[in-house]
Write a protein that binds this ligand. Structure first.
Ligand SMILES: *Cc1c(COP(=O)(O)O)cnc(C)c1O
Length: 415
């Protein structure tokens, strides 16, 4: 266990002043929620916005709404490498998970496979969820071209991409309906939270119909939120992050599959915490982009590492707005050395999801006989470098020096 400066893998700081606007929000109540909602609608240029307790709650409500519109359909197609919250929400909505393998450079769908999957699909497919993983833009225009059945809805998973733009378009406005997460470690954090955006009146109406059944935060849950906000203000800082990180019961950084999560309407406290979100998001984005460019250069100098979906690989001119910088290391031993060193030195380099979706124990039988080799491979090869505002010059030097040293590494056992 390390005691001392430790970087979190991702961080969207919550400041003391946010907590103060959060408390003011509690007193303003519904008005505060309406303010947040109308700011979001204006900024993203969408007609409808809904606020909930998490990204997975938001996704569940979207899927339930779609199932009301198209009751004969019950399958949802997602990338085989994604956040475990996504299958959790699909199962929670009473629907079936269908997987498509990914492309290793973009982490987006492997489009040849998704085309085949769409051709094979009978009329059971309700929705497809393209995902901007780590902020890497998924190619939604290309996906749209593949779909010739207008009853299949594109649900854009922009959980990690709030405030990101691609080719002049805001991510989160490209699907028929989309959602953001305001969880810890996302682009912007309100301790937890989920935002739905859509221009489709039919979807909005079905979501509105469900609102009466969704509870608000009770006083105990609200107190928990408040203390979590205080803890994040203190403990996200590298000087103290080693402390929560060393307490296993906090389950920090663990990705779990659990369809029994709480679903609530967002509280005015969270809306208040998010006050000034546009400015915050812009500042975070600038810092993350600067750091991403730095890592992009460094990694290109070292042949043992492969970047996933850097702008240069995609032939694009801009750097995507990432929240963690993904790097693929295709040598297992090298990867373990990096992770061990990072953990020893507190550098915030972390693996991502422990396995592809078909490897999740609780739902493993659903995918019997199917294989998603690239998703599986990426799950075991992908690490991320930190790019958030707590990364100092000295941290950067330490990470750079470690990567350069390990780059001279020769595989000890050649099979
Ligand atoms: C975090 C995340 C979610 C779920 O959001 P929560 O607010 O944690 O429920 C969904 N999809 C992706 C890609 C995510 O990263």
């Amino acid at each position: 266990m390390r005691i001392g400066r430790t970087l979190p893998p991702a961080a969207s700081p919550i400041y003391l002043r946010d907590i103060i606007t959060g408390i003011k929000g509690v007193f303003r109540g519904k008005e505060e929620l309406e303010r947040f909602k109308s700011e979001l609608k204006e900024y993203f240029g969408v007609k409808h916005c809904f606020l909930f307790s998490s990204g997975k709650a938001a996704l569940t409500l979207i899927l339930k709404a779609l199932h009301k519109i198209y009751p004969g359909r019950d399958e949802v197609l997602i990338p085989a490498f994604s956040c475990y919250s996504v299958p959790s929400a699909i199962v929670r909505a009473g629907l079936k998970v269908r997987l498509c393998d990914i492309h290793p450079d973009t982490l987006d769908f492997d489009f040849e496979q998704s085309a085949m999957s769409l051709e094979r699909s009978s009329d059971g497919l309700l929705a497809i969820i393209p995902t901007h993983l780590f902020g890497l833009p998924a190619d939604i225009a290309r996906l749209r071209e593949l779909i010739d059945d207008i009853k299949i809805t594109i649900v854009e998973d922009a959980a990690q991409a709030m405030g990101a733009e691609w080719n002049g378009k805001k991510l989160g406005t490209l699907g028929d309906v989309s959602f953001f997460s305001l969880g810890r470690g996302k682009a912007l954090s309100a301790v937890e939270g989920g935002v739905i955006l859509t221009n489709r009146n039919d979807i909005a109406e079905k979501i509105r119909n469900q609102l009466a059944w969704i509870p608000v935060y009770n006083i105990v849950a609200l107190m928990r939120l408040f203390f979590m906000a205080i803890s994040l203000t203190l403990f996200l800082h590298p000087a103290l992050f080693w402390l929560p990180k060393s307490l296993p019961f906090l389950k920090l950084g663990e990705t779990i599959y659990d369809p029994h999560f709480k679903m609530r309407k967002m509280s005015p406290f969270q809306a208040g915490l998010s006050k000034g979100w546009k400015k915050k998001l812009k500042e975070f984005k600038e810092i993350r982009t600067t750091n991403s460019k730095h890592w992009s250069k460094l990694i290109q100098q070292h042949s043992n590492y492969q970047l996933s979906a850097t702008s240069y690989q995609l032939g694009m001119s801009a750097v995507p707005s990432l929240i963690r910088f993904p790097v693929r290391v295709d040598n297992n031993e090298l990867m373990n050395t990096i992770l061990t060193e990072s953990s020893r030195l507190g550098l915030g380099i972390m693996p991502t999801y422990p396995d592809s979706i078909d490897g999740i124990q609780e739902i493993i039988e659903v995918f019997q006989g199917q294989r998603f080799p690239m998703a599986k491979k990426i799950a075991h090869q992908l690490i991320t470098l930190p790019i958030h505002s707590f990364v100092s010059k000295k941290d950067e030097e330490q990470i750079a020096s470690m990567i350069s040293q390990i780059d001279h590494y020769e595989p000890s056992a050649i099979p």
